[in-house]
Structure formats: structure tokens, C-alpha cells
Design a protein around this ligand. Structure first.
Ligand code: 76R
Length: 247
């Protein structure tokens, strides 16, 4: 029997994608629109307070293309908090003018393929990755993925040693993008439809394409990777949000 990799798990994660119902949003009076924007900003300010206290983190991006208009990625110590934030958003005025687009539930995950013997939860570098402060990079890229279980290409039937070897090669490619792309891998077995969520942050959007393309040639992705829907977006702040919602 193959040995399961041991996962090290951090903050719980919700990716919440919404579409704006422009038709009804445009029908609001400009005063009511302004009130709804202000209330939305107050909600975001509350998330900022938690981020600054390092009790969680979040990322807020507009999404390019028809799959969604914006994405809120939230990290919190418990699944209940994710649920509470989601509900709080749904009670805002702005939520009456949004349509759920897609969501993804997962938990920040590191695996022990490349780990040493020490207690990972005590290592400050590992803690910084388990409870990350999401960057304010100009762009985000998100997609869910699986490791294939098909005929001869079954990741889960490979011995631990072989998986470790393949993951080392994966990590070597990834390392070449240090400083250009920050990746957060979240595990979602038992939580959502795929096995992992991949969230990438970069100031140069083209680096997503370069990294994902290069990885396609690496055995872990070439032989075993299966991918869901890709989302790509641009950083939102208060003024960009106003600009987006202004009619
Ligand atoms: O944790 C580490 O940094 C050590 C090496 C490492 C692991 C264990 C690592 C490095 N990753 C790991 C695990 Mn990764 N990663 C992806 C994708 O599009 C594709 O083809 C795949 C999507 C990208 C772009 C990416 C980037 N990685 C994983 C896992 C869990 C696998 C498991 O447990 O079986 C998945 C699903 C996954 C997928 N990876 C890196 C990167 C980058 C940029 C790095 C280098 C990080 C650094 O050194 O700073």
C-alpha cells in the first residue's frame, strides 16, 4: 500500500467569486449606489483590521472575462469564520446586485515531501507560509487541480519515494520564479470538488503563463496534473472599487 504524504495545514480558505448584476445595479439611484459602495467598503475595512492584526488575511481582485467580476479570497483560523464572513457579505446591500459565480473551500497546505524531522508548526518560516499575509500584488491567478488516477498514471499508487523525487523537480522549477510569483497551495480533499487550489500572485501577469506553461513539461504536471477553471484578475483597492461600481 502506498503511504499518504503528511500534510501540514494552516488557515482555512474561501475563494468567493461574484458577478455583478449590472442591469439592476444601474437602476439604483446614484445615492443608493453610493450608500451600497460605502457599506461594502466598511465591510472590507473590517477585513483589513483582521489582516493587520495578523488574525487572518484576504485578497480582493477584479476578474477579467465573463466568469466573474470580482473575487474575495479569505483566510481564517476556522471554517466557521469563513462561513460568517460569507453570510455577512450576503447581508450587505451590494450582495443584492451580485450573482454567485464560483467558490472554492480549502485549507493552506504544505506537504512533507521535502520536510525535515523537526515539528513544522514551531518553525517560524513554515508558520509564515501556513498563516500567510496575502500580498497586494497587481495580479492574481486561481485554479483548482487534481493529481490524476487513471490507468498507469495514478499518482496515489506511486511509492512515497517516487512522489518525493517528482515533487523535488516540481519545486526546482517553481524556485526559478522566486520573487516573481508567490504561490499559495491550499488542500481541498473532502472540502471541494478538486484536490487543491492553486493561487498565484504576481506584479507581471505574464509570469503566470510562463510558470504554468513551464510546469506543464514537468512530469508532475505533464503526467499527473488535471486542471479546473482558470481565473485571472487585477488588484482592487478602495478607489478602483469605486471606479468599477460607478455608473
Ligand atoms: O513547499 C515548497 O515550496 C517545496 C516545494 C513544493 C511543494 C511540496 C512546491 C514548490 N510546490 C509543492 C506542492 Mn507547487 N505549484 C503547483 C502549481 O499548474 C501546474 O502545473 C501546477 C500548479 C504551481 C504553479 C506551483 C508553483 N504544488 C504542490 C502541490 C501539492 C502536491 C502534493 O502534495 O501532491 C500542488 C498541487 C502544487 C501545484 N510550487 C512550488 C510552485 C512554485 C512557484 C514553487 C516554488 C516555491 C518556492 O520555492 O518559493
Amino acid at each position: 500500500m502506498s503511504e499518504a504524504a503528511k500534510t501540514i495545514d494552516g488557515w482555512y480558505c474561501l475563494h468567493d467569486f461574484r458577478l455583478i448584476d449590472w442591469t439592476t445595479w444601474k437602476m439604483l439611484s446614484s445615492d443608493d449606489r453610493q450608500t451600497a459602495i460605502y457599506e461594502f467598503q466598511q465591510f472590507l475595512n473590517k477585513l483589513n483590521t483582521v489582516h493587520e492584526a495578523k488574525e487572518g488575511s484576504h485578497a480582493f481582485y477584479s476578474i477579467v472575462g465573463q466568469k466573474a467580476d470580482f473575487m474575495l479570497m479569505i483566510l481564517r483560523p476556522t471554517m466557521e469564520e469563513l462561513n460568517a464572513i460569507e453570510t455577512e457579505f450576503n447581508k450587505l446591500k451590494i450582495a443584492e446586485f451580485t450573482i454567485p459565480g464560483y467558490s472554492y473551500v480549502s485549507v493552506v497546505e504544505l506537504s512533507n515531501y521535502l520536510a525535515g524531522d523537526e515539528d513544522p508548526y514551531q518553525n517560524p518560516q513554515i508558520r509564515a507560509r501556513l498563516y500567510p499575509e496575502l500580498p497586494k500584488a497587481k495580479h492574481v491567478c486561481f485554479y483548482p487541480m487534481d493529481k490524476r488516477r487513471q490507468g498507469e498514471d495514478n499518482w496515489y499508487m506511486l511509492p512515497m519515494e517516487e512522489r518525493g523525487k517528482l515533487m523535488r523537480s516540481h519545486g526546482m522549477i517553481g524556485r526559478q520564479y522566486a520573487g516573481k510569483v508567490k504561490q499559495i497551495i491550499t488542500g481541498s480533499v473532502g472540502f471541494d470538488d478538486y484536490e487543491w487550489g492553486v493561487t498565484l500572485f504576481a506584479d507581471d501577469v505574464l509570469q503566470f503563463k510562463k510558470l504554468v506553461y513551464e510546469m506543464r513539461f514537468d512530469e508532475v504536471s505533464a503526467r499527473y496534473g488535471e486542471f479546473g477553471t482558470f481565473f485571472v484578475g487585477n488588484l482592487l483597492n478602495d478607489s478602483k472599487l469605486e471606479q468599477m461600481l460607478q455608473i
